[in-house]
Design a protein around this ligand. Structure first.
Ligand code: FE2
Length: 199
């Protein structure tokens, strides 16, 4: 079955007052994400992957020994990554559920230190990629960064929070200031209830 672009869970202009403009979401969701979906459908049509789930394609095509991943992996993983990313943000002020706050404090000491480490991962990712808060296979929380479309599924981790640090995610609103985009993401855009629901 063909994959479909999910609707944004809010209007295109819903995040504008919080630092992610309508123009960014029009390009990022309607054009970039849509291109991953249509390319993924072209690459899977008539192949052994056509009836597989998105997660099966991501984990089944990830090559940990490769310098560069295949087009099939890249488009499948970027479809998955973006579908999660839209859900991880929201237009309403979100308070951090107490169980998430406690888990972050246990792993990182303070919420500020968590934000600092997450931002440093995103700012330190050379070129395109993602910063993540993951639940590792041992149950512990960890901050990671990945290049291009690589995501926590590749390492058997659960993605609790991901931030897209490809330039297409921030260049319209923040130009080259990736650290400012990351700080705004953490302070104003994250839907912490969604993050907690992934634990
Ligand atoms: Fe993106």
């Amino acid at each position: 079955m063909a994959f479909e672009l999910p609707d944004l869970p809010y209007a295109h202009d819903a995040l504008a007052s919080k630092g992610m403009s309508k123009e960014t979401l029009e390009y990022h969701h309607d054009i970039h994400h849509n291109t991953y979906v249509t390319t993924l459908n072209k690459l899977t049509e008539g192949t052994e992957w056509a009836d597989k789930s998105l997660e099966e394609i991501v984990t089944g095509t990830y090559d940990k020994t490769a310098i560069a991943q295949s087009g099939l992996f890249n488009n499948a993983s970027q479809h998955w990554n973006h579908a999660q990313f839209w859900e991880m943000m929201g237009p309403d002020a979100s308070t951090m559920p107490s169980e998430l706050e406690a888990a972050l404090k246990e792993s990182f000491g303070t919420i500020e230190k968590f934000k600092e480490d997450f931002s440093a991962a995103g700012a330190g990712q050379f070129g395109s990629g993602w910063a993540w808060l993951v639940k590792d296979s041992d149950g512990g929380l960890k901050i990671t960064k990945t290049e291009n479309g690589v995501n926590p599924l590749c390492f058997g981790q659960t993605a609790l929070l991901g931030c897209d640090v490809w330039e297409h995610s921030y260049y319209i609103d923040f130009r080259n200031k990736r650290p400012a985009y990351l700080a705004n993401f953490l302070d104003n855009l994250v839907n912490w209830e969604n993050v907690a629901s992934r634990m």
